[in-house]
Design a protein around this ligand. Sequence first.
Ligand code: TRP
Length: 336
Amino acid sequence: MTKKRILTGDRPTGPLHLGHYVGSVANRVHLQDTYDTFIVIADIQALTTNFDKPEGLHQDVLNVAMDNIACGVDPKKATIFVQSAVPAIAELTVIYSNLVTVQQLSHNPTIKTEAAQYNYEESMPYGFLGYPVSQAADITFCRAHLVPVGEDQAPHIELTRKIVRKFNTIYAPVLVEPEQILNPRLVGLDGNTKMSKSLGNAIYLSDTPEEVKRKVALAVTDPARIHPTDKGHPEVCVVFAYHKTFNQQEVQDIEERCRTGTIGCVPCKNRLTQVLNQFLEPIRNRRQELEKTPDLIWDIVKKGTERACAEGEKTMALVRAAMKIKYFEVEEGIKG
Ligand code: TRP
């Protein structure tokens, strides 16, 4: 039996952080054995908020590929590819734009949150408003069944499903309606619901042990705790949230000691620093090894992109036939 297909991915806007790891990368590593996994490096989507700064893209595409591989994504199992190099994604984006309304996009809660972040409320670039349509193309060009992503991506998956249903009803049932696999979310160091580069509240997978220590020292804890003997409320503490995710062995004990005021925030943070550095060390080491041979990484991405292009062409043959925009050559449908 052929494996079901997964499509997921990242915007190349810098090196990946712990939020990416928890919210996406960990699960794709876990699922890559069971599913035919496609990982998009969404450079066109990154440009929707960075169109005037393309200089960093080349390095950031490489960073995202290296971070994924350092975390355990195996290029033999997963297809890592660049969004801008797959023509089917651009073509489907244009085709889907007829199946979506401006109102639908402007009510999308993730678009609203991000628009506020980038000061786009007054004057919104068309490309930014439309990136969920392009994301629907990322997901459907390879006929993915499953999309493992965080909660913030749910509106985009919902929109993708609507586009697919509309397409399949109007033209012919050739597209696959994907389902979301909900990944957990890691809060930012400042307590913001999302760890993100643009909010400046992230620990990067490539941070040095000293940077991790400095950042954990700044993390927001229970404001009601002034003395180490004050009784704490772990549920409002960022450091506790990280213990829960990265230190399952000790988390119960830490919760108990925080609630009873028998561990201070400083030792609690020091323990977290140790745990995070232990977790990050093998990733850092692999990352440093990979950095020595960028050509090998580019080769992996090139091969992945070639496979993605071939899959995209199969989908486009079906789409063109369904839409009756197939005029010249005789095209073959999907084999197998
Ligand atoms: N929007 C995603 C993010 O900000 C990145 C992304 C682009 C994506 N295309 C995708 C995720 C397709 C899943 C599927 O992290």
